[in-house]
Ligand binder design. Sequence first.
Ligand SMILES: Cc1cc2nc3c(=O)[nH]c(=O)nc-3n(C[C@H](O)[C@H](O)[C@H](O)COP(=O)(O)OP(=O)(O)OC[C@H]3O[C@@H](n4cnc5c(N)ncnc54)[C@H](O)[C@@H]3O)c2cc1C
Length: 196
Amino acid sequence: MGSSLRHERVGGVQIQNAGTIAGNICNASPAADGIPPLLSLNADIVLASTRGEHAMPLAKFIMGNRKTRCASDEIVTGFRIPKPVHPATSTFLKLGARKYLVISIVMVAAVIENDNGNIGAGRIAVGSCSAAAKCLHMLERSLAGQPIAAGIGDLVTKDHLNQLSPIDDVRGSADYRRDVALTLVRRALEDLVADA
Ligand SMILES: Cc1cc2nc3c(=O)[nH]c(=O)nc-3n(C[C@H](O)[C@H](O)[C@H](O)COP(=O)(O)OP(=O)(O)OC[C@H]3O[C@@H](n4cnc5c(N)ncnc54)[C@H](O)[C@@H]3O)c2cc1C
């Protein structure tokens, strides 16, 4: 799978070296940079305790702002990422007030699978625009079967972002976040078709 995930945009040197993906997910911040990429990869999270091990979709595990389904006696021991059916490319775009060491204003993670020149499957997740990052399922359905070609971003409309519920805060207004999310989703798709 091709990837342009820019790890240097997440945290600073200390977080990049000492922070863990499990900690980032269990912290369940709406702005956790680790969540959209794993959602776009259709990841399951693996939980273990003395009662045994089980897995569930990451989208189910994150219940909201700082809320997860991790029981008090459980730890996260891993993630399971299904192999894509077709060759896939992925990207992660993050807007912050600086290039790194910054809380995201909006972030987008996207994956497309290339089925002989058409999109076999597309998964698009947006973070920092709702209590928990969300996949844009309506958009994902419209992308399936579309030719992998420049201009794909034009398919994305404001309605595709209806699932998001951004808030106004010190980093940006809800309207600004909606606008940025639309731009980043379009840009992510254009980047992916250029790479595919
Ligand atoms: C200076 C700074 C910059 C930052 N920048 C960013 C950023 O750019 N992007 C971003 O997304 N985040 C950022 N963060 C937040 C940071 O990434 C997360 O807090 C970090 O990923 C947590 O990782 P950790 O392994 O240190 O978890 P911890 O802080 O140790 O744990 C976080 C929570 O998860 C629980 N936990 C940890 N591991 C497990 C496990 N295996 N199973 C169950 N529960 C577990 C802990 O009990 C705790 O409740 C930043 C934080 C700081 C201090």
